[in-house]
Design a protein around this ligand. Structure first.
Ligand code: FES
Length: 159
């Protein structure tokens, strides 16, 4: 979920979250997790606050955000479609499915459709290898994708 808030509000809310969690051992990941749960992504404005409060450089915080694929540094669309790009899914036609989805949506991985409806992201194993190729739409798993079911999935995502 994306919540559109003013920069100052992001800073204040980030400060409150950091205040709640900074006493944890290894607080950076829980803080980033909470920030993403709050805003739907980790805003640039939050990085400066987190860095200052944890005595880290902004580059260090940014490095962690970019290292972990689950953190986003930009808002997503209203729906997030994650397509598995790991081996079992690739071996069951995952590349063809990926190309089909990209064509249907008119975007590449890590992009959002112009109408703000769908963000497409790669993911590396959804634990559904027996039903490869697999995808997840807004947290709901879909397996044994083929060109027909992918078109339905994309239509569902665009609604
Ligand atoms: S490799 Fe795709 S779900 Fe495991």
């Amino acid at each position: 979920m994306n919540i559109h808030v003013a920069d100052g509000d992001i800073g204040n809310r980030t400060l409150a979250i950091v205040g709640e969690l900074k006493s944890l051992e290894g607080p950076l990941l829980p803080i980033l997790h909470a920030i993403q749960a709050e805003f739907g992504y980790v805003p640039q404005e939050s990085l400066a606050v987190i860095a200052r409060e944890l005595n880290l450089s902004r580059a260090e915080v940014h490095g962690v955000v970019t290292f972990y694929h689950d953190y986003r540094d930009h808002p997503t669309g209203r729906h997030v479609l994650k397509l598995c790009r790991a081996e079992a899914c690739q071996s069951m036609g995952g590349d063809e499915i990926a190309e089909r989805i990209k064509t249907l949506l008119g975007i590449d991985f890590h992009q959002t459709t112009l109408d703000g409806a769908v963000t497409l992201e790669p993911i590396f194993c959804l634990g559904l290898c027996a039903c490869a190729p697999a995808a997840m739409l807004d947290g709901e798993l879909h397996g044994r994708l083929d060109t027909a079911s992918v078109a339905e999935l994309v239509a569902e995502a665009r609604r």
